[in-house]
Design a protein around this ligand. Structure first.
Ligand code: AMP
Length: 261
């Protein structure tokens, strides 16, 4: 990849509390449109209008960009939040996380992992065996940045999953983050559900499981959500740096969607 790219990052907050964010890696021609879309996201978020919107645009050398394949997606049929959280724990155990640590991670997200039960801007980093929280700034958490889809790969993925009704930006973004962290940073597994009150599904991801969608992980209307990255034997500062190395999702797996679970 000889071309130049630009990392575009947005964060929006109200009274210091996280409202929304977004991370992109685009060509020069796309910068304006992406900045506009991210500012619109910040201004129209259901949690309210922020008093701070920060947008950062930073050049990235094409030779530094690594290509990664998207994880395949599957879905687990659960009807309630209790079933969803129990399923998330089972999937994390399959990914090699201890049951106690998996349950603790669910508890952290369910009760607000930030100071005084707030939502964090970034993710928690948990030791997969002891459950210790390792992130260097536990109020902020760690952010994955410089991540996007190569446009042709995104179009192929959207074609492959359209019939399932999941070819949307939210899932595309989450899948890109999960595929990056699993492939390039030594993350053993990831657990995520959104803090948006109107979005109750989430996922568990690992290299062996792929991206496992779980449709109910919280109650409608709840503003609590978050992300946990489970790690084993990493130096946390190196790990945090690895989350910010530039990655484009440039291929999908076949099949992109695993049915019949
Ligand atoms: P979202 O699915 O975008 O609502 O994000 C859910 C939670 O994941 C947020 O509350 C953050 O704690 C975390 N998060 C969102 N984006 C990122 C990112 N780029 N890197 C790390 N954590 C993130």
């Amino acid at each position: 990849m000889q071309q130049e790219y630009y990392s575009v990052r947005m964060r929006a907050a109200e009274d210091g509390a996280h409202i929304s964010g977004g991370e992109r890696l685009v060509s020069a021609e796309e910068i304006e449109a992406r900045v506009q879309a991210l500012v619109r996201r910040a201004l129209t978020h259901e949690l309210g209008r922020p008093d701070l919107i920060q947008v950062t645009v930073e050049r990235v050398l094409g030779s530094d960009v690594r290509g990664v394949q998207a994880l395949p997606i599957s879905k687990r049929p659960v009807q309630t939040v209790e079933q969803g959280r129990a399923m998330a724990i089972e999937e994390l155990v399959k990914a090699g996380i201890s049951r106690e640590v998996a349950a603790q991670a669910v508890q952290w997200i369910a009760t607000g992992p930030g100071p005084a039960g707030t939502v964090m801007r970034g993710a928690l980093v948990m030791d997969a065996d002891t459950g210790a929280r390792l992130e260097s700034d536990p109020a902020r958490g760690v952010r994955v940045s410089k991540i996007d889809w190569q446009p042709e790969a995104l179009a192929s993925w959207q074609d492959a999953v359209r019939a399932e009704g999941i070819a949307n930006e939210r899932i595309a973004e989450a899948l890109a983050i999960a595929s990056k962290v699993v492939a390039t940073t030594g993350t053993v597994a990831e657990l995520c559900w959104s803090d948006d009150p109107g979005y109750v599904s989430g996922y568990v991801a690992s290299s062996a499981l792929g991206y496992v969608r779980i449709p109910h992980l919280k109650e409608w209307g709840s503003p609590l959500g978050g992300r946990v990255f489970f790690v084993r034997g990493v130096d946390v500062l190196d790990y945090e740096k690895a989350l910010q190395t530039p990655v484009l999702i440039d291929a999908i797996q076949s099949p992109a969607l695993v049915r019949g679970e």
